[in-house]
Design a protein around this ligand. Structure first.
Ligand SMILES: [Zn+2]
Length: 234
């Protein structure tokens, strides 16, 4: 694991791509270092073995240009705020020292997505506490913690234009063949019945439309964003 500027968290090995694949492709193409952290191996998915899913996740990481992808191996459908899980997040935050992190929004169809956001928030806070894992240095908290949307959206704090990078996002999402392919050997699920990818694209088109661009990805910051003065908007 190396030091990065931006660290993205997902509950399952395809969440980050579906949520903010465009932003990650943009950051890496702009020269920033990005790391990816999956909390679980997604072993409870209807399709795809753990090995297949890990291969796909690795391929998606390469497509996005991220520096690394790690898996914290918390049980799928078993994300809890246990001390052990919080410390796993603290460890990765202190080792990668990101300036900004992102995790799923606090409301979602899938309970793991909601819990992932809560667990990362605990880790984010604990990373700055001297008495938590004092052997892992530096004791440091990232500067900002962002939330990104998966199945449910809300009013974003800001929207990133990802138009130029959208084909990379699509490629990274589709690298998860076991989840999204309609090949006959896979069982039909919510993810591969034909509507799921369209839902992601329609959300990103909508966010793009809100800033006068084609594709956008929305983020929520829990605190307010300071602006020097109104003309600094220009
Ligand atoms: Zn997921």
């Amino acid at each position: 694991m190396e030091k990065v500027d931006f660290l993205a968290f997902g509950a399952h090995p395809d969440d980050i791509e579906c949520g903010i694949g465009g932003t990650i492709a943009k950051l890496t193409r702009l020269g920033y270092k990005v790391g990816l952290v999956d909390l679980t191996l997604g072993e409870m998915a209807t399709n795809g073995s753990v090995e297949e899913r890990q291969r796909e996740a690795c391929q998606a990481m390469e497509i996005l240009g991220a520096s690394f992808r790690v898996n914290l191996q918390i049980p799928d459908l078993g994300i809890t705020l246990s001390r052990e899980n919080v410390e796993k997040v603290v460890e990765v935050l202190r080792k990668a020292e990101p300036k900004v992190i992102a995790a799923p929004y606090w409301v979602d169809r899938h309970p793991d997505h909601e819990k992932a956001g809560h667990l990362v928030k605990e880790g984010f806070f604990n990373a700055g506490l001297k008495k938590v894992l004092p052997e892992i240095q530096p004791i440091k908290r990232p500067e900002k913690y962002l939330r990104y949307f998966l199945s449910i959206t809300s009013t974003p704090s800001f929207i990133v234009d990802v138009t130029e990078y959208y084909s990379i996002k699509k490629k990274a999402v589709l690298a998860h063949i076991s989840q999204f392919s309609q090949r006959p050997e896979f069982n039909q699920t919510f993810l591969n019945e034909g509507q799921f990818l369209g839902r992601i694209e329609s959300r990103d088109l909508f966010f793009g439309s809100q800033i006068g661009k084609r594709y956008g990805e929305g983020f929520v910051l829990q605190e307010y964003i300071e602006l020097r003065h109104p003309l600094a908007l220009l």
